[in-house]
Design a protein around this ligand. Sequence first.
Ligand code: NCD
Length: 332
Amino acid sequence: MPVATTPPPATPAAPPPHKWSRRHLLGLDGLTAGEVRALLRAAAAYVPVATSTQTDTQELAGRTVATLFFEDSTRTRTSFTLAARRLGAGVVDLSSGASSVNKGESLLDTARTVEAMGVSGIVVRAKQAGAAELIARGVSCAVVNAGDGKHEHPTQGLLDLLTLAEAHGRQDALDLSGLTLVIVGDVVSSRVARSAIAGARLLGARVVCVGPPALAPASLAALGCEVSGDLDAVLPIADAVMMLRVQFERHEGSESLRSPSVPSPREFRTLFGLTRERADRMKPGAVVMHPGPMNRGLEIDGEVADGPRSVIRTQVSRGVAVRMAALRLCIG
Ligand code: NCD
């Protein structure tokens, strides 16, 4: 005869771990809020080292990081290089001009060759969306995505989140609920926006993307944000406005600012440029962000970029701390 059994008490679902156990950082979409917080907490702890000219840690001493940049970059490559050095790692730079990719060797072959020389981590930037993931599948060392086409730029997304959290006193909880992040301009071309949207949503923020329909189409809503064509209507609710560079080089073959269906650069500035007059209408405490490089006078006025609301320099400085965290957690 079956014995009546009492079902075990329902155990509450375990909270997602606030720790990092992945080998690669390929994007923020698909991570848990706990994983994003683990990266941000590590980054926040590195801020004093990252911003001092004198300190270094030796946490990755004896390791080598390879930077493989197949697309132009100044700040991201420099920032990763500084981050690796501040962790005590050696850095080898294989930009496309100097590597055999120009001779027809595939991205993956180049990455495997570099790995065979004993590197512990590869930082990759490429024109093709999915390039970092492709490499990660083919090598056993850590891979950090430094921007793959229009897909993701996760360390930029993390530095944006850290800057935003600090600007609003949320750096301890790393919770952005109740805050509205407004992302303006060429969202459709932007891997920065994709990573920022994914990360900000994970931490509870509301995200509104604003631009002309060709650059901020309604379909972006699938990423979990709202979409608007009216910057002046959205500006008063913003706690942070992130201006994006108009990426003319990515418009080839698609609708572009130069195409008749979308505004000219002059109209773009009139409708979507962050002018001093617009910045003055933002909420007290609301901040202005830009990933750089900026088209001053197009999407943002110089006096706003350098003005009191701007946290653009903080973004650059947090970039080093975030990249230290990404390298340390993926390699270590
Ligand atoms: C961005 C990039 O390369 O995706 N810049 C950056 O990493 N700081 C944005 C851009 O090029 O406009």
